[in-house]
Design a protein around this ligand. Sequence first.
Ligand code: SF4
Ligand code: SF3
Length: 541
Amino acid sequence: MFCYQCQETAGCTGCTKFGVCGKSPDLARMQDLLVYVTKGLCAVTTRLRQQGQSVSAEVNHYITINLFTTITNANFDNEIFYRRVAESLRIKDELLKKVENADTLPEAALWSAARRDEMDEKSYQVGILTTKDEDIRSLRELIIYGLKGLAAYMKHANELNYDSEEICAFMQKALAATLDDSLTVNDLIALTMETGKFGVDGMALLDAANTGTYGNPEVTRVNIGVRNRPGILVSGHDLRDLEQLLEQTQGTGVDVYTHSEMLPAHYYPAFKKYDNFVGNYGNAWWKQKEEFEAFRGPILMTTNCVVPPAASYKSRLFTTGAAGVAGCVHIDRDENGHKDFSQIIELAKTCEPPTELEQGEIIGGFAHNQVLALADKIVEAVKTGAIRKFFVMAGCDGRQKARNYYTDFAKALPKDTVILTAGCAKYKYNKLDLGDIGGIPRVLDAGQCNDSYSLALIALKLKEVFELQDINDLPIAFNIAWYEQKAVIVLLALLYLGVKNIHLGPTLPAFLSPNVAKVLVENFGIAGIGTVEDDIKLFLE
Ligand code: SF4
Ligand code: SF3
């Protein structure tokens, strides 16, 4: 196996024996094969569009979920990958019949298999390292990871009946382009930037879907303690799953708690009406082994990040959507999008209430609408010098010790600075008492990683208010923590918006070849992190 798509890749170069995340070599090669057949399918859909034919929303969504399923920590069930490969080939072979001059398509579009042994054989031949030129490989993977992140956001929008043929067409064209050996490094750099543009569009679509369906997030205090009733813990990013679970638990005596990236659900007005929606339990994804043990009730994983479960709570772990774990019950939607969570609710009724991990509250809900409502106050604070600088510290959390940098950084920031955050990166500092500036909390949480869009909108609005020509003239520094591929699309989106000098840590992506890294450093001032002391000095210069 060879995989280097996430930040914790072995030795900061690549997982070759077993994934640090828990991905086995067999799972890795099936993910490679699924990416390969999805590229082939995209070559076909792209050619069909060029020939004036349309592609159905159903096919678009199938492709989107294929990509999402291969995101780090989303799916650990080999069976799902065999099934998705087979179904992707079936769809592709059907569409291929409509293509004129099909023999000019790339090999991935023409390859097919009916049997598992054929799939197995192919899976060994289509890994990342089959692209020999390291710069081309680096750019192809950078684009693919950006598309995986974008696929996650599109999937959430689709669940709420928001869609965009234009974004899907781009995603498929870009994925197919990673098969094209005629593309140069410069062509691929241009495609990387275009991926960032569609990243902005995709995040805007999801923002419209979330706020259009559930209202604009409001400043909210979220309980982090527990009640004395059985509960269900919901993790991942899918708000529609949470909504269905809340509906189905009404009157059952079972409480619902959020975990990790589901925390921001509490900020939406639509979810405040459920009196069994108790609070948030635990921290970011990587602590789930201890926390799921302590929770004592069933857990529903709606997306990444799943840690392969310990035997002690495996029978309490359920998955849905793109998430999957071999041996855990997976709950599928019916043709109307309805999911029946009754077996989770029945199990919860037999379980003990959660063990309390902590007490108190955390505050969040500072998405764009809310922050822009405070714009006058914020602008005034900047003008009077009460706020010297904003630090965008969005992104992911992870288990590496080096990430304590972000806690130390937050603690060491001068008191006249404000942290803007989104994603599970926030758990490194959202329970610290960092105080406020004239009533504005020093940590403003916009929501999930996909709500990083809010932070971009806030920056653009401030640029307008301060009448600046360049977004980089704002008193905003970017110190982003990344882990998986959704952070890659957020990064590409920020680059597309012209944001420079982003610091990325705790380590730079292993998939950036020295030459590609050089392009990012020279053109965008991308940098890694140093010591907390040096970085704060640098940022406040
Ligand atoms: Fe390794 Fe990350 Fe790939 Fe898992 S997703 S195999 S940890 S690089
Ligand atoms: Fe976290 Fe996985 Fe990225 Fe959504 S839950 S930010 S790591």
